[in-house]
Design a protein around this ligand. Structure first.
Ligand code: ADE
Length: 225
């Protein structure tokens, strides 16, 4: 998979994908991530990328020209253009899984009061929010998308790291996990996990997973019904 990021702050991505699982995916050429500075596509002599909003109001709006030229310079017939914004549909595991099937993602990061609506209407395929809160820009949301999508690509996670066991894969939160020592500060690991009875352990995990989901995310249980 190829991911192109259009941003005013490409340096923000330095080091984030230089570690651990995503670094391994990049080194194995399972995913390649490229950063493009939207400012490089400005053709104004001061390299301006924003301007006052028509109709007045606070803040600045990102101009359509530089973003349009940036998209056009990398877009192919296989590309999906995603704009990350709090005004989008809320991202979830199902969306991560759907995006992981694509060959080429272009992720557009906004700043200031957002971008000119004509870009969204004509050149963006999908607007995605990472949650109901507002960040200062689209870079962190773009990192969230890249991380969550890349780890689903075949060959990125080893079988021990498999996402099939984890929270949200089956619409529930994952059961609790324990490791050694058996007793920590006087607190014991649940006896059932030491029993060696795999069927009973599976039943226990499943019931813990349902209990936890009912308690902290009843909305997920409702969605499953
Ligand atoms: N940009 C600012 N806040 C955001 C959010 N919650 N999701 C996606 N992009 C954003």
């Amino acid at each position: 998979m190829k991911i192109d990021v259009l941003t005013l702050f490409p340096e923000m991505f330095n080091s984030v994908f230089d570690h651990s699982i995503i670094k391994r995916a990049i080194d194995k050429n399972i995913v390649s991530v490229h950063y493009h500075n939207i400012r490089d596509f400005s053709n104004d002599k001061h390299n301006r990328v924003d301007d006052y909003p028509f109709g007045g109001g606070p803040g600045m709006v990102m101009k359509p020209g530089p973003i349009f030229r940036a998209i056009e310079s990398i877009k192919t017939s296989d590309s999906k253009v995603i704009y990350v914004s709090p005004k989008g549909k809320v991202f979830n595991q199902a969306k991560a899984s759907e995006l992981s099937e694509r060959e080429h993602l272009i992720i557009l990061c906004g700043h200031y009061e957002g971008i000119d609506q004509r870009i969204i209407d004509e050149y963006v395929d999908e607007v995605v929010s990472i949650g109901d809160y507002v960040l200062t820009g689209g870079e962190i949301p773009a990192m969230v998308l890249i991380d969550s999508v890349s780890r689903l690509l075949p060959g990125v996670l080893s079988s021990e790291e498999s996402y099939k066991q984890e929270s949200h894969y089956n619409g529930l939160l994952e059961h609790p996990q324990y490791t050694r020592p058996r007793e920590f500060n006087g607190i014991q690991v649940p006896e059932i996990l030491l029993s060696g009875n795999h069927q009973k352990i599976e039943e226990w995990r499943n019931s813990e997973s349902i209990k936890l989901t009912e308690s902290v995310r009843p909305d997920l249980i409702k969605k499953k019904r």
